[in-house]
Design a binder for this molecule. Sequence first.
Ligand code: GLN
Length: 238
Amino acid sequence: MTITITHLYPQHMSLYGDRGNILALLYWASQLNLKINVQNCSLNEPIDQNTKLIMLGGGQDHDQEKVLKDLLNRRNELNDLILGGAIFLGICGGYQLLGEYYEVADGKRLDGLNLLGLYTKKAGIGEKRIIGNVKAKSNLFGLLTGFENHGGRTFLGRKLKPLAQIVQGGGNNAQDQTEGVLQNYGQGLIIGTYFHGFLPKNRQVAQFILKKIAQAETENFENILENINQKICNYLPY
Ligand code: GLN
């Protein structure tokens, strides 16, 4: 069986190597003998209806604006795909566009997909872009690491749970110590994060995603992954 995953707008929304999230999934899939087909879906191209994951990477404000009209036209389709079991992974600019709106640096408000009750405001007067290495603790995934570079400040509605709690760096808004969002959505799941290098640096999340989208006999996966993870741990100082 071949599993399709989709990189939405690879030309516009792949800032700071966000394509690496797809490559990390391909790497772990190869270790698990899973066949993955990557669909690169550009403006005006149809999303493969069998897709199991849609990744929308980061983008500069002008790139976010370029894809917006096309993205909003896909709102109901994306909603249905996720409700039906797909995972949506939004990184930084892609995460911001999941919400109600994103206020770009010049103050203009871009409507978001409104899949989740979160919104993103531009940096306030005297506030700087949030740039640097970042660490956060997640109940599900343990310690997460990444790199962030964003002007927008994201605030989660009361019903939403963050992906993790910030240990170092800014995360969602450099105020409330939250980072990202993790939300069950029908049969599917939405993960939003400001972390670039997310799946390459956090293999436990890549492995979790693959187990979920493969929906296969996972006991065998556990054995294979346990072996590899042990070998990796032998190399790493942490
Ligand atoms: N343009 C957005 C911001 O500055 C997102 C940047 C990004 O994707 N790294 O907040």
